[in-house]
Design a binder for this molecule. Sequence first.
Ligand code: PHE
Ligand code: ZN
Length: 879
Amino acid sequence: MRTNQPKTTYLKDYRVPDFLVDHVDLRFELYEDGARVHSTLSMRRNPESVDSRGALELDGDSLKLESVALDGDALDTAQYEDLGDLLVIADVPDAFELQVVTWIEPHNNTRLEGLYKSSGMFCTQCEAEGFRCITFFPDRPDVMARFRTRIEADKSSYPILLSNGNDIERGDLADGRHFVTWEDPFPKPCYLFALVAGDLVEKRDNFSTISGRDIDLRMYVEPRNSEKCEHAMDSLKRSMRWDEEVYGREYDLDIFMIVAVDDFNMGAMENKGLNIFNSSCVLASQETATDLAFQRIEAIVAHEYFHNWSGNRVTCRDWFQLSLKEGFTVFRDSQFSSDMGSPTVKRIEDVTLLRTAQFAEDGGPMAHPVRPASYMEISNFYTLTIYEKGAEVVRMIHTLLGPELFRKGSDLYFERHDGQAVTTDDFVKAMEDASGRDLSQFRLWYEQAGTPVLNISDRYDEQAGTYNLTVEQAIPDTPGQEDKRPQHIPFALGLLDGSGNDMPLKMADGDDDAPAERVLELTETSHTFEFNDVSERPVPSLLRQFSAPVRVTYPWTREQLQFLMSHDSDGFNRWDAGQRLAVDVISSLVGAPDKAEIEPRLVAAYRHLMSDPSLDQALVAKMLQLPSEAYLIELADSPDVQAIHRARERVLTHLAISLREDLLACYRRIDCTGVYELTPVAIAGRSLRNTALAWLLHIDDEEGRDLAVNQFREADNMTDRMGALRALVNSGFAADRDQVLEAFYQQFSDDPQVVEQWFSVQSSSPATGGLDQIRQLMAHEAFDWKNPNKVRSVIGVFAGQNLATFHAADGSGYRFLADQVSRLDDSNPQIAARLVTPLTRWKKFAPVHGDQMKAALEQIRDKQGLSRDVYEVVHKSLA
Ligand code: PHE
Ligand code: ZN
């Protein structure tokens, strides 16, 4: 049984394992009412362990132990101790074979950890600590073993039987049953184990590696999804090629398999040779998936594939090192996406997520370093900090070393540590050794939590022709960490002259021909940089490409921001200047009287963006997205959500009214009649048109309404259909809205991935009736408490995106969320703990919100039998 007395695990307590496993032989008997797991472990004492005589301890969770045998002799109950979460055998030789038989109940497994059933198929999820729900095992990533797995099941219900590696034997058994045996030649930690059994269709393709090996690529999906595999398969092949070309990494097994399952806690999982995906992160067709979904799928397929090297061949020593594989792999997949599409747009998307959600995490009660020092429940640490900030940290190393030395470093890392379980420090060491650079101060990025703030000021001396830039860094206190040391920060910048051109950046450091852009390195609390031969007062373009995950403050004028918006040679900073301008305008209206004037520069800037087709349309599409409410809240001190919501709505209304003709012209200018394509230009075109539509419907424009209804009917792809639907849902045209929502559901009710989108478009909208609407969606026939995607698309989207409703002044949104968390905690603690997130930020908000958010957390805290997952989040948030 799972214990509810949460215990904290500390990095400082790490010890090497006392026992090693050389080989694992598994036999699964799968039945409708349960599964019997026969495990044979070839084990020996670890010569490096300090305890050379200690008892054998194996982890377990929710297992029914049937028998234990040591070197062929059955043990009686006096010879071992079954403590539920631990199997202890006091007396074992130095090397031995242990046989354990357990009985488990996959059909009752609602936590979706270990072996469970999802729409009739068996599947597994073992990261981080799910393998112990299958059998007793030293469930830690530094125990790596070779696995052989035999699966037995009814042949007609489960014709497909899969596990890691190569299938080496198959055959029929009595009673209509059959078996397949798989062998994985690569030693791996048990968290990378996987098993799938089901009635699935198989899609085949192949890939020829750089050294000429032929790899079998296979996708397994439910029959109704057989037309939704092509994009993932193509993405896989592009990923395989890219990893060879950019990182010199070749695939190592003969088969690579992808399976789609409907019930999955996360996005996807990199099990060796057998990646398992949440259906929503792998299945796509033009009719059912938006452009965003196509791009997400490409990125996630790549991410899981890249793990084969960054994660599987070289894995983590312990879970404190999680970012070793996740941060690096996110960095790799974002480089890949950047190469496949528009680099600037990709950077904008990554930074938006980072600044909105990771910065919020870093400023809240669950803030933790990229390499945490402790945890209660490791599942709670699959966070934006580990993934996204971890990727930024790797990206900074890339920036500091440059692409060639970085590649040398990654080659050294893979070569030095192939087949090992290592630490983030080993990664940094490889980068240091390959480049000759000293990254000792840089390592603080792994140890210190919190988002550094750079306060920047400047002085221009016309007489001397010098320009001085002073950069001060400060890192805020976070729970358990105060008085931090300054970090090593790569700070990219340029200086613009009056006509918007980059000025040469002459510094005292030499006579090399002055570059137009520099990466300065900040290592101290304060630096002043001097630029020479500066002929006029420049406009600084700071932190180009967002070269470090920090906040920048500088007293820009609105005029300067508008100037940067149209002139900065760095596309990312053009976008960022636009965001800053919009944030400034909206923030100044928060709490202001209704007739307060709205900055005319904003209208002018947007008009320019919309009407000049010679601009990079992909960038324009991004620039026309107003900063989200979540981002505005993140930036504010003691935010009043209703006031922010109203201010943002006012600006949107003003923009839409002022730009009505431009919006209509922009909509009509973009030709979307051709065949559906996934190029950056085509994606930008659809995005622009749909933004124009959304703005027109925001002011209930009749012409806009007709365009939307028409677009909804005529659309041959989900991006346009969803764009029209979303615009109508968020409008005041109630009759049209209800009609399209109904038509949409009728058309797609048998497609769960589309129904999830249908739920989200409603649960994210404050226009459709508030909390009652959310309750109605939860009562809908398609809602399913057991399916994480449905829970996320209704409850998660409500609390994360429908902020005006969630933060209702009477606290009803908070109490509602607390109720749902408490209910969900009994069946799926991982998802329940994630749903709590919005409430954890209570200290940040104005008391109108904060007090009631806190009360909702207390309501959850007082529930009986709270899981360790939710316990940790709630208690740390209330501390
Ligand atoms: N390791 C997975 C990934 O990043 C995420 C994951 C974690 C999936 C835990 C399931 C459980 O790709
Ligand atoms: Zn990952």
